[in-house]
Design a protein around this ligand. Structure first.
Ligand code: FAD
Ligand code: 2HG
Ligand code: ZN
Length: 475
């Protein structure tokens, strides 16, 4: 029996895609940087089917590329061009298995779309706080495997902080049931943490026990024009106490990104009359319900007071505070559409970097100069999660340039930015992971001892090197 027929006996016709047209969407990444090939796309419906597929692949030495919603930024879920791998898509494993509002947990299969998890939590008066632009299509398995960040990390932490237990199919096809709903568990090495952020190179996450939080009852969203990134850092610092520790998002954006969104995304508009160089989108949320009417008291009023004081100090040039949920969403559209708008504009380099928060202002000045020195015509598009020290210090190709013209400059531009980041003690991948695009950079910027330890782990856990080979590390 051929390998593909053996796969069919495990997952059935519904779980197998072998025709070129059907395979295509699984073979290219969201940014369309890579086009791979695969023996088949395998879509198991249960953990047991995943385990049987992995056992077969281990026996036949066929490598496996796990894939969720395929929204990753670095080609981690895209197979190589040689066509010797399978893509194992988790998207049929999309059931919410349990929600426990009293214990503040939810148990899900790995292929559940993030938005479904958020909505399920909300139906039970709970919040699952992971929030990012791709939430309508990315899956929780992909979120955990990339240790995704998003726009609420400064309050709730990244994906690693939002999970209690996981179930993993190991590279030999055994199932590790680590679905523990425990807040405290110091019984030996933390195996769970190994798989979070491993980008499918150590095993396949098939289920997870997630943490949920009380659902906020009061929100305030503001769009604030500021004179500089320095003002953003100061504004945030003061907001922590002014909001009584209720800042849940603080996103910095330069004007270039806003212009791209206004150009490419329909039905969005600039909330302020005048143009400014820098903006902050700030959200405060609290579980304490607001009081409306004559005695109105809530986060909006507090935020208004705080921004008024900040304006007097010159930290704020102009601002609007959303008065309705719809207005708040409209402000968020301007932020969340940066990635889509940049893709529509043309090629870009994504520098998903972090530096200590108080170094952000200096970094922006020096990084912009470094980028311009490397390619004077390039267009810095700078935005991101300033409260976490994580900026998307992106470089949009000069207007009208295609990939063939831009690609020869990528190494020089990125080298200049990453050298600067490392000089600040920062990270060259704060939230998107390594995938295949940054394998050389990881090898260059991480120390020998760290790389050796990572390789030791990879070889021990995946001795046949069948789990997403060539991603994160070259063995
Ligand atoms: P995929 O892209 O399918 O896979 C990502 C990696 O995880 C691959 O290496 C894959 O092999 C592995 N993988 C997937 N599922 C499993 C599994 N079950 N077991 C083991 N390995 C697995 N990221 C952020 O961190 N913050 C953001 O704010 C953010 N915003 C985004 C906005 C847009 C518009 C887009 C397109 C992407 C954004 N991303 C962001 C990147 C991306 O959405 C996240 O990395 C997301 O977590 C990926 O989930 P996915 O299901 O699409 O994973
Ligand atoms: C975001 O914060 C995502 O919107 C994507 O992490 C960033 O497009 C990017 O570089
Ligand atoms: Zn981001």
């Amino acid at each position: 029996m051929s390998f593909v027929d053996k796969l069919r006996t495990i997952v059935g016709d519904r779980g197998l895609i072998t025709d070129d047209q059907g395979k295509h969407p699984y073979l290219t990444d969201w940014r369309e940087n890579y086009l791979g090939a695969a023996l088949a796309i395998v879509r198991p419906a249960t953990t047991e089917e995943v385990a049987a597929v992995v056992k077969l692949c281990a026996a036949e030495k066929v490598a496996i590329v796990p894939q969720g919603g395929n929204t990753g930024m670095n080609g981690g879920g895209t197979p190589h061009e040689d066509g010797h791998e399978i893509v194992l898509s988790l998207t049929r494993m999309n059931r919410i298995l349990d929600i426990d509002p009293i214990g503040y947990t939810m148990t899900v299969e790995a292929g559940v779309v993030l938005k479904t998890i958020q909505e399920t939590a909300a139906q039970h008066d709970r919040l699952f706080p992971l929030s990012l632009g791709a939430e309508g299509s990315c899956t929780i398995g992909g979120n955990l495997s990339t240790n995704a960040g998003g726009v609420q990390v400064l309050h709730y932490g990244n994906a690693r902080n939002l999970v209690l237990g996981i179930e993993v199919v190991l590279p030999n096809g055994e199932i590790w049931n680590g679905l523990r709903a425990l807040k405290k568990d110091n019984t030996g090495y933390d195996l769970r943490d190994l798989y979070l952020g491993a980008e499918g190179t150590l095993g396949i996450i098939t289920k997870a026990v997630l943490k949920v939080w009380p659902k906020p009852k009061d929100h305030a969203t503001s769009w604030v024009a500021i004179p500089s990134p320095e003002a953003a850092v100061e504004l945030l610092s003061g907001a922590n106490s002014a909001s009584e520790d209720n800042v849940t998002s603080c996103e910095l954006m330069g004007r270039q990104g806003i212009d791209l969104v206004l150009k490419h995304i329909p039905a969005v508009s600039d909330p302020l009359a005048e143009r400014h160089d820098w903006y902050v989108l700030m959200e405060w949320s609290s579980t304490r319900p607001r009081r409306d009417g004559a005695n109105a008291a809530g986060l909006r009023e507090k935020m208004e007071g705080y921004l008024g004081e900040a304006m007097e100090k010159g930290l704020v040039l102009d601002a609007v505070i959303a008065q309705t949920e719809a207005q708040s969403q409209a402000l968020w559209q301007l932020r969340e559409n940066h990635t889509e708008a940049s893709k529509k504009e043309g090629p870009s380099i994504k520098h998903d970097i972090s530096v200590p928060v108080s170094n952000i202002p200096k970094f922006v000045i020096e990084g912009t100069a470094a980028m311009k020195k490397a390619l004077p015509e390039c267009r810095p598009v700078i935005f991101g999660h300033v409260g976490d020290g994580n900026l998307h210090f992106n470089c949009q190709a000069p207007a009208g340039w295609g990939k063939p013209q831009f690609t020869p400059h990528v190494e020089t531009i990125s080298g200049a930015i990453y050298d600067l980041v490392v000089g600040y003690g920062g990270s060259i991948s704060a939230e998107h992971g390594i995938g295949q695009i940054k394998v050389d950079e990881l090898a260059h910027y991480r120390s020998k001892i760290e790389l050796d330890t990572m390789r030791t782990l990879k070889r021990a856990l995946d001795p046949r090197n069948i789990m997403n080979p060539g991603k994160v590390l070259r063995i």
